[in-house]
Design a binder for this molecule. Structure first.
Ligand code: ADP
Length: 162
């Protein structure tokens, strides 16, 4: 049987920390669906279409990764695509409380779906999309922390030439 996992998030934009979780997940599952949450659009820097375009480029070498926009409940999305597993990344204790609550709620909503947490690789522990957006907006060099397309889009957004 094919095991399908969903990796949901805002990915606004995708960082090397996200990419690391993706690379490690595809060693464990036959198919990984990166689900880009639409309901975060309001406060987002990039549109869902832009975020998907960036991720597509970043994972172009992985044949078993698909990218989809997602709105509504994560567990409904997971069921619709036939996924039994939700992947989430953990960086610090500060991630834990929210993730714990969501995982327990999702378990109540869908007992047949498991949330699996993957610990960040130490070198990416400080990386988040929000830190990348902030540093980038202020003119800091974030090139080594994000895939090429994220960098390109950030440079365009903040008029840094590129
Ligand atoms: P959300 O808005 O749902 O938190 P994010 O795009 O911020 O979505 O993150 C998606 C998932 O990736 C979350 O589980 C988050 O904890 C994880 N993640 C983000 N950055 C890292 C990182 N540097 N290392 C490991 N996991 C990460």
């Amino acid at each position: 049987m094919m095991t399908i996992a969903v990796y949901p998030g805002s990915f606004d934009p995708i960082t090397n920390g996200h990419l690391d979780i993706i690379q490690r997940s595809i060693n464990l599952f036959d198919n990984l669906i990166v689900a880009v949450a639409k309901n975060t659009e309001k406060n987002a820097l990039f549109t869902v279409a832009e975020r998907i375009e960036i991720i597509k480029d970043a994972v172009r070498e992985y044949p078993n990764v698909n990218i989809r926009a997602m709105d509504g409940l994560l567990v409904d999305f997971a069921r619709n695509v036939g996924a039994k597993v939700i992947i989430r990344g953990l960086r610090a204790v500060s991630d834990f409380e929210y993730e714990y609550q969501m995982a327990l709620m999702n378990k109540r909503l869908a007992p047949d779906i498991e949330t699996i947490f993957m610990m960040t690789s130490g070198k990416y522990a400080f990386l988040s999309s929000s830190v990348i957006r902030e540093v980038s907006m202020l003119g800091g060099n974030i090139k080594s922390f994000v895939p090429e397309k994220s960098y390109e889009f950030l440079m365009k957004k903040f008029n840094c030439g590129g």
